[in-house]
Ligand binder design. Structure first.
Ligand code: 9MR
Length: 378
């Protein structure tokens, strides 16, 4: 070995002396997926450009931080099944390939949802045609990704806030058994894939009762349901911790796993002071409703960090019941909450900012692992 070869070992020496640093001497960011490896998957919803790896820095961040991915939009009916006899699998194939290449837990979102339907589905007027649509749609998509997609959001958002069934086109034409039909078809098409019911606000008592009834109905019908997805679109200043804790217990008592599937903690005011996450709700823009257009104030970032910390402490307490925590996006710039329920606002709901830098919330989340004494309150 030549004498000056020591230089190749310098990074190793730096690493072993003072913790993980990169070659420029900056401290390396911890990886969420590794930190929580023994507890639950840490996931993110990916947009189409992210699936196509358009930006290399975002791509590096995704691969380092997230061990599970969900398609934010590209597996929805209007994208993947635009016409009765036509499917469009290009992006979905890329999404699944990306997840497999990176050994990620891949979630298909979503098979049966009243929103973002293709126009041909909205025009279906009778029971038999709707039954046929569901058979074609679920069989074709699930069998294409058999053994590749790990879990499916089989039915999404079938409930109203009071726990009754939403009067969706599926409910109107097939009655409440459309849910059993959907799960049965998915189970037949890929017996190895996990099957979930996914909804927002099902931590709230009335809607939770509706979700519990759905799971019991599936179980009574002998159809497999593996998990329930609590979406987790909460406001950072109003996270319903007690309801969340009760829900984890209630769902776990049914023998299903709990997934937090679309987590984000928005910091902006809500025009109706409401917890709903219905994509069809809209309100007018006003400067008052967009208070942080110039940047996230430290006090708000700190408040949000505290809420994320409390949530993750709760998640860790119930790690045996929880299979996955997925953020609804990778960074603040990508979040749907910049456009909902008011267009053109600047929201900050995730752990990484618009420049892909970790926010105080990121460090509060990692602290729940590095400093277990911070967990004592639960
Ligand atoms: O984040 C998604 C946004 O980009 C879409 O425009 C919108 C409509 O398809 O859906 C958003 O994701 C929703 C998810 O699919 C179901 N739960 C509520 C999410 C936020 O609206």
């Amino acid at each position: 070995m030549k004498r000056n070869n020591w230089i190749f070992f310098l990074p190793l020496v730096l690493f072993s002396c003072s913790g993980p640093k990169n070659l420029t001497g900056e401290k390396e960011l911890p990886s969420l997926k590794k930190m929580f490896q023994q507890d639950f998957h840490i996931g993110a919803a990916l947009s189409a450009p992210q699936i196509q790896q358009k930006d290399s820095a975002t791509n590096r961040l995704i691969q380092k931080q997230f061990g599970s991915i969900t398609a934010e939009n590209i597996m929805k009916c209007e994208v993947i099944h635009p016409e009765w006899n036509r499917y469009s699998f290009e992006l979905a194939d890329q999404f699944v390939d990306y997840g497999r290449k990176n050994r990620m837990f891949i979630v298909g979102h979503t098979l049966i949802w009243h929103s973002q339907l293709s126009p041909f589905v909205q025009k279906i007027k009778n029971r038999d045609s709707m039954q046929l649509f569901m058979e074609n749609h679920i069989r074709t998509i699930v069998s294409r990704y058999k053994g590749k997609v790990n879990g499916w959001d089989v039915v999404n958002e079938a409930l109203n806030e009071d726990g009754t069934y939403r009067k969706s086109i599926f409910y109107e034409l097939l009655g409440e058994d459309f849910i059993i039909t959907a799960f049965r078809l998915a189970q037949e098409a890929d017996p190895g894939a996990a099957l979930y019911y996914n909804d927002y606000n099902i931590e709230q008592p009335k809607k939770r009762a509706g979700a519990i009834a759905i799971i019991k109905k599936l179980q009574a019908a002998g159809v497999r349901v593996d998990g329930v997805g609590i979406q987790g679109h909460w406001r950072s200043y109003k996270v319903p911790l007690q309801d969340i804790e009760e829900s984890i217990r209630d769902f776990a008592a049914l023998g299903v796993k709990v997934h937090f599937t679309e987590l984000d903690l928005g910091v902006l005011p809500n025009p109706w002071d409401s917890d709903a996450a219905d994509v069809n709700m809209k309100a007018e823009y006003s400067a008052k409703m967009n208070p942080y257009a110039g940047g996230l104030p430290d006090s708000v970032a700190t408040q949000q960090a505290g809420s994320y910390g409390e949530l993750f402490r709760l998640f860790l307490k119930y790690k045996d019941e929880i299979d996955r925590v997925t953020f609804w996006g990778v960074h603040d710039g990508q979040s749907w909450l910049n456009g909902w329920p008011i267009r053109g606002r600047t929201n900050y709901p995730l752990l990484f900012d618009r420049k892909l830098q970790p926010k105080p919330a990121f460090f509060k989340v990692t602290e729940t692992k590095t400093n277990p004494s911070s967990r004592k309150s639960f």
